[in-house]
Design a protein around this ligand. Sequence first.
Ligand code: FAD
Length: 566
Amino acid sequence: AFIFKQRSSIPKYIVVLSAASGGASLVAYADSKPADENPTRKKKVVVLGTGWGGTTFLRNLDSSQYDVQVISPRNYFAFTPLLPSVTCGTVEPRSIVEPIRRILEKKKGNIKFWEAECFKVDPKNKKLYCRSNIGTNLDGTGEFLVDYDYLVVAVGARSNTFNTPGVVEHCHFLKEVEDAQRIRRSVMDCFEQASLPNISDEERRRKLHFVIVGGGPTGVEFAAELHDFVSEDLSRLYPAIKDLVNISLIEAGEHILTMFDKRITEFAEHKFQRDGIDVKTGYKVVAVGPDSIKMQKSAVGEVQVPYGMAVWSTGIGTRPFISEFMKQIGQGSRRVLATDEWLRVPECEDVYAVGDCATINQRKVMEDVSAIFKVADKDNSGTLTIKEIQDVLDDICVRYPQVELYMKSKQMSDIRAFIADAQGDEKKESIELSIEEFKKALANVDSQVKFLPATAQVASQQGEYLARCFNKMKEAEEHPKGPVRIREPGRHRFRPFRYQHLGQFAPLGGEQTAAQLPGDWISIGQSSQWLWYSVYASKQVSWRTRMLVVTDWMRCFIFGRDSSCI
Ligand code: FAD
């Protein structure tokens, strides 16, 4: 290892480890003295990712207390809820992104940004192996080392293909701004190709068949956007082929939007039917070819559907970097990084994880079933009555909103469903549960409540919570037992993270939006569309993007969407 002084004031020393990582040279940004030798040195916080979790953490962090470094292959924050609007030109891509350096510019203290990805964590030595995604560095490998005192992992997730053959090669994803731009070009290419004089009607129909796989919020919103684009703009511009357009939404489950209230699901399915969007439920896509999609339904068998453009939106999977990290720390059997309720990765010191790449380990929820049972069994009968079960479930739901979400999403808030889990009979009304049956039912809930929903809402609340903890870290270190009111033996000095569900929207096209707000308040129609406009405008990270988004909506309203293939 060679150590030499650098001219720039940013890293004080550069360490070149010439034989590291299979011969690749790594440049390490290291301070002159380790933290313990230099007590005045600010602790280094490294944040991986500039998405919802990372950016919210940075915006709320008192950066004057730390030496902050941000590492992400994206030098901007993207407002993902408006990505479906970008696919059809309702909103322009640049209106929903904010350069991360503009966000950091407003912060106090020493914050650096490296446009790079982290590919390995060494939690023992508190080092990160990173690689510039523009491949420039002193020796051209683009790799460098960063050390940290605290690490915040907020790298999100990637699209999940469930290893379905042909998906990566032939389908579009809708995860990043670039994906939305590609979809927009592809839609227009399909229309232009279908307008050419030398192709058959069958080929025209194929080109104009748009298939969306996945009936979750993203797939549904994209289908609605595309339908609006076709009916409000493209049918005027392409009158000769407008009747050949077909939009299909394929969902493996029995319904679309299953994470929403039943009333919203039903409304969405009926609306899509009226709009002519072909909702195919119960179909599982098994392979995607260049021109056709193969899918199966038990009652129907296998069908092959020709298509012009397909968008794959079936949920999220683990990033390879996170999979590797999980293997390294003994979480290899999991799908996402498990944290405790303080968002700490338990196996590593000073590593925190937020957003889509992490989940709070729910095992704690059901940990002490006997204790829960004992408290619930008020008459000490050794069994729980329906009333007692209801009380205990309500209590669990209050303490663990994730569980409530699960129960709602599976329509399990009905107590009979819980009893059915325990005794396999949904019809019994006057039943009493023994502790064994109660355990079985709770275990069933526990096995399925693995994740907080992978939403921007969760990621940003976690980022904000963690920043608040970091802002108080110094104070807490000086008073290790914490303020009396939150001091509990053996516990962390901060209150645990609690997710507060603020509701969710499902835009369904034609200025109709479904809103599910806390307290089971449901609103569907144009008024919710206005609520959607105001919430999304207010949630923008800067006045610049807020203005751009609002003017895009106005432009679209006055002039329609732009149909050029740029
Ligand atoms: P992300 O926001 O995905 O950010 C991850 C960051 O990590 C990125 O900057 C990425 O470049 C960076 N990164 C990746 N790999 C590395 C690496 N190896 N090293 C360093 N950095 C890395 N949620 C809602 O609540 N409401 C909605 O309406 C909504 N609509 C959505 C619509 C679409 C089309 C999509 C795709 C998502 C939507 N979501 C919505 C979900 C929401 O976007 C995600 O839950 C949220 O982005 C998760 O935040 P995150 O910080 O965990 O990850």
